[in-house]
Design a protein around this ligand. Structure first.
Ligand code: CP
Ligand code: NVA
Length: 309
């Protein structure tokens, strides 16, 4: 239903360091004492609309909304009139009339921005081709739990295709003033518009973004290596990229140069023996399952921030 003070979660660009840390604090409190927050979404109806597959985001939002006392509706665009050509803009007006919030996973970032413009209920980005901000909240929470987030001289390296996850990592780390390295083939570039935005933000937040094309150099001395699928959802035709990405696989050889206590992160789903070997994914260095569990807690923190404060 209409809310005059709606706040969206479309990209971390719209959030300050203070706001991100507040959400992480809220997530930590909820994780520690879930019973205390079991009614904070009472009488709230929040829908999930996913145009791409999802396991973690879909299930964790549905469970999280229920655990906070809200009601969750899982919608499928193929079975809505969207599937027959009704526009997102018109659909947004209908959502506004019935719902208190909408969580959307879709292709274009512009689609969720259009939905947000057309309705006065909070809109949450559950992944677009450009950004995946909910994932990064869980990643930051996991790094905080491991006491790595504000570690002096932290070397955090994202290995792989510059994509929605790395875009949001770059924004999140920059907002917090933490250095980050992206290791990818020279032919793959971070979008110019994002680089322009980051150039201004890094100057303000005093962090550095390093781009490294040599995997062994990037892994050298790393505290954390993070990877993601080489081919994101919706890019399945881009088969050439797989050959280009092979030297960037996170495997035992790569980790020879890293620290003994290196942590391995992956947003999942993993494509075993592609971007990461099972040897590494299932090793003691891997914190991917804690990361995945934190999707639930971090999103509950976000919902508390958006609806309850
Ligand atoms: N990491 C992540 O967003 O996973 P799902 O695609 O399963 O939601
Ligand atoms: N970059 C991946 C993330 C999946 C959670 C994709 O968009 O498919």
């Amino acid at each position: 239903m209409k809310d005059n003070i709606k706040k969206d979660f479309l990209t971390l660009k719209d959030y300050s360091k203070k706001e991100i840390l507040t959400i992480l604090d809220m997530a930590k409190e909820i994780k520690t004492d879930p019973g205390k927050y079991k009614n904070i979404l009472k009488d709230k109806n929040i829908a999930l609309l996913f145009d791409k597959p999802s396991t973690r985001t879909r299930v964790s939002f549905e469970v999280g909304i229920n655990q906070l006392g809200g009601h969750c509706l899982v919608l499928d665009s193929k079975n809505l009139q969207l599937g027959r050509g009704e526009t997102y803009a018109d659909t947004a007006k209908i959502f506004e009339a019935y719902l208190d919030g909408i969580v959307i996973r879709t292709f274009k970032q512009e689609t969720i921005e259009e939905v947000s413009d057309k309705c006065s209920i909070p809109v949450i980005n559950a992944l677009t081709d450009s950004f995946h901000p909910c994932q990064i909240l869980a990643d930051l929470q996991t790094l905080m739990e491991k006491k790595l987030l504000f570690k002096k001289n932290l070397k955090f390296v994202y290995f792989g295709d510059p994509n929605n996850v790395s875009n949001s990592l770059l924004i999140g780390f920059t907002k917090l003033g933490i250095d980050i390295t992206v290791c990818c083939p020279g032919l793959l570039k971070i979008e110019d518009s994002l680089m322009d935005y980051l150039a201004k933000e890094t100057a303000e937040n005093k962090n550095t973004i390093f781009i490294e094309n040599d995997p062994l150099k990037a892994a050298f001395g790393a505290d954390v290596i993070y990877t993601d699928a080489w081919i994101s959802m919706g890019q399945e035709e881009d088969k050439e990229k797989i050959e280009m990405m092979k030297p960037y696989q996170v495997n035992g050889n790569l980790l020879k140069n890293a620290k003994n206590d290196i942590k391995i992160m992956h947003c999942l789903p993993a494509h075993r023996e592609m971007e990461i070997t099972s040897e590494i994914l299932d090793s003691n260095h891997s914190i991917v399952w804690e990361q995945a569990e934190n999707r639930l807690h971090a999103q509950k923190g976000l919902l508390r921030y958006l609806y309850y404060k």
